[in-house]
Write a protein that binds this ligand. Structure first.
Ligand SMILES: NC(=O)c1ccc[n+]([C@@H]2O[C@H](COP(=O)([O-])OP(=O)(O)OC[C@H]3O[C@@H](n4cnc5c(N)ncnc54)[C@H](O)[C@@H]3O)[C@@H](O)[C@H]2O)c1
Length: 322
């Protein structure tokens, strides 16, 4: 197959590109490098089945030129749409960030797919679309969906646009709702934040909130594996799946302690107040992955092991970057 990955220079996008190339596909990638980095493409950039264009996807004409050039070379059969704003607080501060990078990137991708008759999209959605539903298990068909961040709102709007496109012209759509994904190359997230804070002040780690926020974490290698599994096995025209570890998750306190143990043993950890890291943060949620289990996929690592593995990898990543 010939696959376009948007946001290919980002954390998930570059891991996905490596795996799709390893599986023998032709991969085109676009990114504007607003958050992703060229270095993240080091393992694929010289591969004969990989091509890349630096494109601002919200500029429809520029995006169309790159898209059509790829499509003319080797007709695109699927788009894996990973590009989005991944800085949730930035979108709370300025709603335009998510309108542009989270929603318009989806809208423009669908416009180009329609014109070029590309039949299938796989979309990186998020647990943020659920909002704060307290202790209720978040199953795929729960509602009403009332996101509490602009990021979540624009992801939900993207899902809606994809659903409408599937009714009109797409043959298949895969919507993956994932919670917190960790691993390398880390571009954002609580672990990278902690490692960088400890590099600056090795004797003290300041934590936003009181550390009791508890979430499930999935390693990126497992996320990619799960997405490809769903792509192969799911039967629905619009296949909508939560992806996660399926356990109770771990607290921010656990992550802080693991990070200190790995990179600054003995450092003091200072906690803030309240159980929200920032406005738009959902402090605790129960994420159901029963539908994915029923399809036949389960992760090898639980949240705690995934956190330990990712902390080790991120510490090594930061050390190698000096
Ligand atoms: N990492 C997580 O924990 C997580 C959780 C839930 C959902 N997701 C979703 O998964 C996808 C990948 O996330 P990630 O962690 O790799 O984020 P990331 O920020 O590392 O990657 C996103 C990429 O999109 C690119 N991009 C953003 N706006 C663009 C634009 N206008 N034009 C072109 N490129 C643009 C960025 O430069 C970046 O490389 C995103 O859609 C994200 O919302 C991630």
């Amino acid at each position: 197959m010939s696959i376009l990955i948007t946001g290919v220079a980002g954390f998930v996008g570059c891991n996905l590109a490596e795996e799709l190339i390893a599986k023998g596909h032709v991969v085109f990638g676009v990114d504007n490098f607003c958050r992703g980095q060229r270095e993240n493409l080091a393992k694929v950039i010289d591969h004969p089945r990989f091509s890349f264009a630096q494109v601002e996807m919200t500029d429809l004409d520029a995006y169309r030129r790159a898209f059509d050039a790829f499509h003319a070379r080797d007709p695109i059969t699927e788009v894996w749409h990973m590009a989005a704003n991944s800085d949730i607080p930035a979108g709370v501060h300025d709603a335009n960030v998510d309108l542009r990078d989270t929603f318009m990137t989806t809208f423009n991708t669908l416009e180009l797919m329609k014109a070029a008759k590309v039949p299938a999209i796989a979309f990186a959605s998020s647990s943020a679309i659920y909002g704060d539903l307290g202790e209720q298990p978040l199953v795929e068909n729960i509602g009403p969906l009332l996101p509490i961040s602009n990021y979540g709102a624009m992801k939900l709007a993207s899902e809606a646009a994809i659903s409408a496109a599937a009714e009109s012209y797409l043959e298949r759509a895969f919507i993956f709702r994932f919670p917190n994904v960790i691993g390398i190359p880390a571009t954002h997230g609580v672990m990278l934040d902690f490692v960088r804070k400890l590099a600056a002040t090795p004797d003290n780690l300041e934590v936003l909130g009181n550390g009791t926020q508890q979430k499930g974490y999935l390693h990126v290698e497992e996320l990619v594996d799960a997405m490809l599994f769903i792509r192969d096995k799911a039967a629905d025209k619009v296949a909508l799946f939560n992806i996660g570890a399926g356990d109770e998750g771990v607290t921010v306190r656990y992550i802080a302690e693991e990070t200190v143990r790995e990179c600054a043993p003995g450092a003091r950890i200072s906690y803030g107040e309240g159980n929200k890291g920032w406005v738009g943060d959902v402090p605790r949620f129960v994420y159901s992955v029963d539908k994915l289990r029923a399809l036949g996929w389960k992760p090898k690592l639980g949240s705690a092991e995934a956190v330990r593995k990712a902390v080790r990898q991120i510490v090594a990543q930061e050390a190698s970057q000096g």
